[in-house]
Design a protein around this ligand. Structure first.
Ligand code: HEC
Length: 218
């Protein structure tokens, strides 16, 4: 720290450290010792060119990363579009096993997340399973099959195909089938039967499962 020299013209500031002296760089490159005598930490000096070059390299790296991300994203979208274009969208076509697997995975997860009532609304006393078979013949047979071992008229008219319960009974659980019967399955031919009571949905579910216990399959 430089101390202002005493001159006649500058009496007032005589002996007081000059303000500017604090902020100006010391003549030598070595840092000033602090009050307690430690040398403060200093970063090694970097030239302006080096700093600018480092920033340029960083920006170039970011540009490259962004371009790479765009290329990957565009390729993925293109592959998905091309993949979807090759899917046969007619109802004649059987869905592939991958589609079937993915759709049933999604449907199961969805129905489980809704947590429908798993307890049967039927009791041994009020069970009327005959009503299940009547309703089935009126509303379900033409898609799911009526005559034992014979395909329904609409068996091949929807994709995914309506399962033929007269050939292979539904697997349950009953609460899941009853839920599907009342609410239908979107993107398929399975309609929602909203006018059915919960009890009738359970009777139908028991019927298509070939189940006689009113508590159904869990
Ligand atoms: C217009 C045709 C059609 C009618 C009418 C119809 N269904 Fe369906 N149903 C389908 C189709 C298609 C599926 C397959 C949905 C799928 O793959 O997710 C299906 C699926 C189901 C399932 C789920 C099977 C499983 O194992 O996942 C049940 C249960 C069912 N139907 C019961 C019924 C009952 C009971 C009725 C009458 C009240 C009925 N359906 C009326 C077309 C129909």
């Amino acid at each position: 720290m430089r101390i202002a020299k005493c001159t006649n013209s500058d009496r007032l500031t005589c002996g007081v450290p000059k303000r500017q002296a604090i902020f100006t760089k010391p003549a030598s490159n070595s840092p000033l010792p602090t009050a307690v005598g430690h040398k403060p930490l200093t970063a090694p000096p970097i030239s302006r060119q080096t700093a600018q070059a480092a920033i340029r390299t960083m920006i170039r790296g970011q540009h490259l990363g962004l371009t790479l991300f765009r290329v990957i994203a565009a390729t993925t979208v293109l592959l998905i579009v091309v993949g979807l274009l090759t899917v046969d969208v007619t109802a004649d076509a059987e869905p592939s096993s991958a589609e079937r697997w993915f759709a049933s995975l999604l449907l199961n997860a969805k129905i489980r997340s809704i947590r429908p009532n798993k307890l049967s609304p039927l009791t041994q006393a009020d069970e009327d399973l005959e009503r299940g078979s009547e309703l089935y013949e009126q509303r379900c047979g033409f898609c799911h099959g009526v005559a034992r071992g014979k395909l329904a008229p609409f068996a091949k008219s929807f994709s995914p195909r309506p399962p033929q319960f007269v050939i292979k009974p539904a697997q349950g659980p009953t609460w899941r089938d009853a839920y599907v019967i009342q609410h239908g399955v979107r993107w398929t031919g399975m309609p929602a039967f909203r006018s059915l009571s919960e009890a009738d949905a359970w009777r139908l579910a028991l019927y298509v499962e070939g189940e006689s216990n009113p508590n159904g399959k869990q």
